[in-house]
Design a protein around this ligand. Structure first.
Ligand SMILES: Cc1cc2nc3c(=O)[nH]c(=O)nc-3n(C[C@H](O)[C@H](O)[C@H](O)COP(=O)(O)O)c2cc1C
Ligand code: SF4
Length: 652
């Protein structure tokens, strides 16, 4: 058997799990604004249950109005929420494949927002959880007791709704962990002070649930094993807390790490201490050593998580006894069938999560529904059946970037006769360039996956060929989908010689150029990545950005990541500045009132892209049915390209 340790049964309290793989809690924003379960949610979870995990942790669910963290979060605040949740558990249990399903109960505490709840957030003390957050109101002694009871009520409702167990969210700075931490708990009553006082709230909740639901109802908690914040809770404190929780009656412990308002990125060897939803520059399984420390001190099962994106890695972790169960989050958004495919030796068929956070984490922070860059079917599971094409046609796809590959595969799956033409020597398009900068290799997995799909599906791929009217006449397609991508923009600069000016795309594709020193015009994400690549090669690099900051299109951690890397490698950065002219090998930069002269061998433009759709009008004039997809409509993210390609393949 493949992965014998992973696919071995195990126990959480009184419950037997069919294997040691769990799906971790992920808020999807798929419920109604009243917190009611939707068909979309049921289809989403049922698909994951079919995919082979032994245990599903349903996402954080609010149970009091002020504790709601997300606009379309699932609710468990009253009896009206129970019916929908029961439909969800019935759907999963109805599969009769022994998948177990727990519900996470969640109070957002000081991390809630009046913008969502209309109420002032509440917390153990009036301390904002991070700089700039709304000021929470300190809970009264009576309100604290009331919230203990509200947790117990919520757990009882979860059992009534058919859940096999309950998980309490005690990680990442929400209400319960804000009681645990001395940074956010400054109370003078019995719920504050030393560790005993600060742990009281959690332990009363655990004991209350035990008392109400009996000794056998499975109960887990999710903690930050180390908060990685100055003055917060370190691993030894958290182990002490976990021991107390074990004594109070929990059956399992999920170990995450980090909290809000935590460390600023300072040390690039440990980005996981800062970036809670681990991005692609962090190492797969980087939180496992923390879980392993807890395992040494506890008798209950310890569940590890964090970028465990391959079952081979899960097998290694479990075999070495570093944890008892592995929880997987984002990789199951990317491919719900990950466990099943791995068990059957079909690893090449797994859609790989590239840890980009674009469709999931970043969207949830903006209160949007979760999507996935690599999986256009996420959130559309109820409507995912392949609709056979009638009549089947001969379809030509032009451009083998993510949109073209996705579209071609879907159209072929539907029964069309599909040819895909690419002018370059390899399929991949923008994905090939996106995976070149340091820390971006993960994207290659998705390129390889899509190439594999083309091969398996029987799409005829023609490389190194430009599409022209004569090619169209030769292939005689009934319809053409053009996914010809975009072209990088360049700026007209006085005095710039033709050989001196290139684009970021030229650099990333390895085109020969005039040599350094390099001046990069435009320090958005692509400009920063290009500077990172060139400086890694030992080149002298200067970045010029007209906006007041670099990486304005990235999150603050990514920006900090570049700031540190550029500082370490001596990359010079001018913001609020622009290139005004070249005087031979001297670039003249205007920086406020000042003019700076910088020796420059090559000017690299990184100033955006424009659609490349010149083929469209030609084909329309030939009377052919043409659909545009991906960046040739408008240059955007991988997420939009993949989704649009999929829709085009579905529509044709
Ligand atoms: C979109 C999204 C929503 C999340 N929501 C929750 C949540 O409701 N409760 C929770 O405990 N963790 C939540 N997490 C954290 C995940 O459970 C998990 O700890 C994290 O994604 C790391 O695992 P992974 O690398 O396998 O994705 C969320 C993560 C993501 C990406
Ligand atoms: S959006 Fe990116 S990080 Fe999120 S699940 Fe999809 S591939 Fe993974």
């Amino acid at each position: 058997m493949r992965y014998p340790t992973v696919f071995q049964p195990c126990r959480i309290g009184s419950l037997t799990l069919k294997n040691r793989l769990a799906m971790s809690q992920m808020t999807m924003n798929y419920a109604t604004e009243e917190g009611l379960v939707t068909d979309k949610l049921i289809a989403y979870y049922t698909e994951r249950a079919k995919g082979g995990v032994g245990l599903i942790f349903v996402e954080g669910t609010y149970f009091t109005p002020e504790g709601k963290g997300y606009v379309r979060q699932i609710g468990l605040a009253s009896q009206k929420h129970v019916e929908g949740l029961k439909r969800l558990t019935d759907s999963v249990h109805g599969l009769k494949n022994d998948t177990r399903i727990f519900l996470q109960i969640h109070h957002a505490g000081g991390r809630a927002s009046a913008k969502v709840t209309g109420l002032q957030p509440v917390a153990p003390s009036a301390v904002p959880p991070y700089p700039g957050a709304e000021m929470p109101r300190e809970l009264t002694r009576e309100e604290v007791s009331g919230l203990v009871e509200a947790h117990v009520e919520a757990a009882a409702r979860a059992r009534e709704a058919g859940f096999d167990g309950v998980d309490i969210h005690c990680a990442h700075g929400y209400l319960v962990p804000s009681f645990l931490s001395p940074l956010t708990n400054r109370r003078a009553d019995e719920y504050g002070g030393d560790l005993t006082g600060r742990t009281r709230f959690l332990l009363e909740i655990i004991r209350g649930i035990r008392k109400r639901l009996g000794p056998d109802f499975p109960l887990t908690i999710k903690i930050s094993g180390d908060e990685y914040i100055e003055g917060g809770l370190g691993i030894r404190d958290m182990i002490d807390i976990a021991r107390l929780a074990e004594e109070a009656g929990i059956d399992g412990l999920i170990v995450s790490a980090g909290t809000v308002g935590g460390k600023k990125l300072e040390d690039l060897s440990e980005p996981h201490k800062v970036m809670r939803t681990l991005p692609m520059m962090t190492k797969p399984g980087c939180l496992v050593p923390i879980a392993a420390e807890f395992k040494k001190s506890l008798r209950i099962p310890v569940i590890t998580l964090g970028r465990i994106n391959e079952i081979a890695l899960a097998e290694e972790i479990l075999k070495e006894g570093k944890a008892d169960i592995v929880a997987i989050g984002r990789p199951l958004l990317a491919d719900p069938e990950l466990p099943k495919k791995a068990a059957e030796g079909r690893e090449a068929e797994i859609r790989p999560c590239i840890a980009c956070n674009e469709g999931c984490y970043k969207r949830i922070l903006q209160q949007l529904d979760v999507r996935c860059s690599v999986n256009p079917l996420l959130g559309k599971e109820g409507d995912s059946a392949v609709r056979r094409a009638s009549p089947a046609k001969r379809i030509l796809f032009v451009g083998a970037g993510p949109a073209g590959m996705e579209a071609a595969c879907r159209a072929r799956e539907r029964g069309h006769d599909v040819t895909l033409i690419e002018k370059n020597a390899a399929a991949g398009g923008q994905l090939l360039l996106a995976s070149v900068p340091p820390g971006r290799r993960e994207i290659e997995h998705f390129t390889n996956y899509l190439r594999g799909c083309l091969k398996r599906s029987g799409v005829k791929v023609i490389l190194n060929e430009e599409v022209s009217p004569s090619v169209i006449r030769r292939l005689q397609p009934d319809a053409v989908i053009i996914a010809t991508g975009a072209q990088p923009c360049v700026l007209a600069v006085q005095g710039l010689q033709a050989a001196q000016g290139v684009t970021s795309w030229d650099v990333l594709s390895g085109k020969p150029m005039a040599g350094g020193p390099y001046l990069i015009v435009g320090a958005g994400l692509v400009g920063c990545e290009t500077a990172d690549l060139l400086s890694d090669r030992g080149e002298k690099v200067t970045l010029v950005e007209i906006l007041p900051e670099i990486a304005c299109d990235a999150d603050k951690d990514t920006k900090a990541y570049f700031d540190i890397r550029f500082q370490n490698k001596g990359v010079k950065v001018y913001t609020g500045a622009n290139l005004v002219r070249m005087e031979d090998r001297l670039a003249i930069i205007r920086n406020g009132d000042e003019e700076i002269r910088i020796e420059t061998g090559t000017v690299v433009f990184s100033v955006g892209a424009k659609p490349e759709d010149s083929l469209y009008d030609q084909l329309i004039s030939m009377g052919i049915e043409v659909i545009k997809a991906g960046d040739c409509v408008k240059p955007r993210s991988i997420l939009d390209s993949v989704e649009e390609g999929f829709l085009a393949g579905n529509r044709v």
